[in-house]
Design a protein around this ligand. Structure first.
Ligand code: ATP
Ligand code: MG
Length: 355
């Protein structure tokens, strides 16, 4: 089924709220497509240690590695390291080595790359863009980070672009505006006291940072636009992953709405960890009582009823989601008996994703 969602697609982005199975689903989709002859790379974020191990990703590194898997195509995997990608970006845009080193070693850059513009969301997009430009894969599958707000990463390229266009950056980078006078005398004194007391030349850091960064801003801006275009391209597919819990469902419905609003290509929903629908006990309780006695039978029946209620609730929630999404395609993956932390586990998911 998911194969038809991904027909003629070169990018698949798995998004959804925290802990629903984005990383696992991305890996399973990638493995499945590779098994069907495609050359696929999966870009994971924070995979569980054992899954990372199974994909041969024991150490961070911003390069894809070939996964040793018995597939007709090729499976490559990479663990995204946001900080490294931002550094690569500086390296790419810096006109010369001096500028590059000035930026990379700058305290403010280091803060910034960890916080504002270096957000994991944006860096994931950057890496995706870079790999897409290189054109070495039939399909790129992107896992997305567990953000508080599942929508953050859609806005990330825009946020960076806005930061670059912001008045504060322009103000700092405009020629002639560097130096003490920008901050007024009070601030200037504060900086110089600080310098004497701590040895940290904050002002020097600041102006140097903005000077170097300003020269690169245009390149960043262009790339942020490129990333935006790539997200909206008809060869991109957003797959929304959700669990059947009502919170996740609400978030998925909202997310779906936002995707359409932003003109981004939505492909379908993967409902993961769905608990089974159980039939009513239908007199099995009485049988059981004969076999194991009343007390134990009652306990078994009670927990069976609990399971049944949970299964029924999952179905009711998913039905609600189907209605809200006007019958968009949906794939259900059951709650498996164990965590999915190796290729075998990913193959168990294959049956449902591709079945
Ligand atoms: N269908 C399933 N059956 C059983 N366990 C599952 C299933 N899908 C995922 N899991 C397990 O659930 C846990 C969370 O999955 P995963 O890491 O893929 O979620 P995530 O959405 O990427 O989380 P985060 O938002 O923290 O990145 C993992 O331990 C994984 O093995
Ligand atoms: Mg994850």
């Amino acid at each position: 089924m998911i194969e038809s969602w991904l027909e003629r697609k070169s990018i698949c982005i798995c998004a959804g709220s925290g802990g629903v199975g984005k990383t696992t689903t991305s890996a399973a989709i990638a493995l499945g497509m590779a098994a069907r002859g495609k050359k696929v790379a999966v870009l994971t974020i924070d995979p569980a240690k054992r899954l990372a191990g199974a994909l041969g990703l024991n150490e961070l590194g911003n390069e894809e590695r070939r996964v040793e898997a018995d597939v007709d195509g090729e499976l490559w995997a990479m663990m995204l390291d946001a900080k490294r990608t931002f550094d690569d970006l500086i390296e790419w845009h810096a006109p010369d080595e001096r500028t590059r080193d000035a930026v990379l070693s700058n305290r403010i850059y280091q803060e910034l790359s960890n916080a504002v513009a270096g957000s994991q969301e944006y860096m994931a997009m950057e890496k995706l863009y870079e790999l897409h430009q290189q054109g070495r894969y039939d399909l790129l599958v992107l896992d997305t980070p567990p953000t508080r707000n599942a929508l953050d990463f859609i806005d990330a390229p825009k946020k960076l672009a806005a930061f670059i266009d912001s008045r504060s950056l322009q103000f700092f980078t405009a020629p002639g505006f560097l130096g003490l006078k920008v901050f007024g005398r009070g601030a200037g004194m504060l900086f110089s006291v600080m310098k004497r007391a701590t040895g940290i030349d904050l002002l020097e850091d600041l102006s140097e940072f903005f000077r170097s960064f300003g020269d690169m801003a245009a390149g960043f801006r262009e790339r942020a636009d490129g990333v935006n275009r790539l997200l909206a391209d008809s060869r991109t597919a957003f797959v929304l992953v959700t669990s059947p819990s009502s919170d996740a469902i609400d978030e998925a419905a909202f997310f779906h709405h936002r995707l359409l609003d932003a003109g981004l290509p939505f492909a379908g929903i993967v409902a993961n960890r769905v608990r089974p629908e159980l039939p009513p006990e239908n007199g099995a309780g009485a049988e059981l009582e004969k076999m194991v006695g009343g007390e134990l039978a009652a306990k078994v029946l009670a927990s069976f009823e609990d399971e049944r209620r949970l299964g029924a609730r999952d179905q009711a929630n998913l039905e609600r989601l189907r209605k809200r999404l006007r019958r968009s395609p949906m794939i259900e993956i059951p709650q498996l008996d164990a965590d999915v932390h190796d290729l075998h586990g990913l193959r168990l998911m294959d049956e449902y994703l591709f079945g």
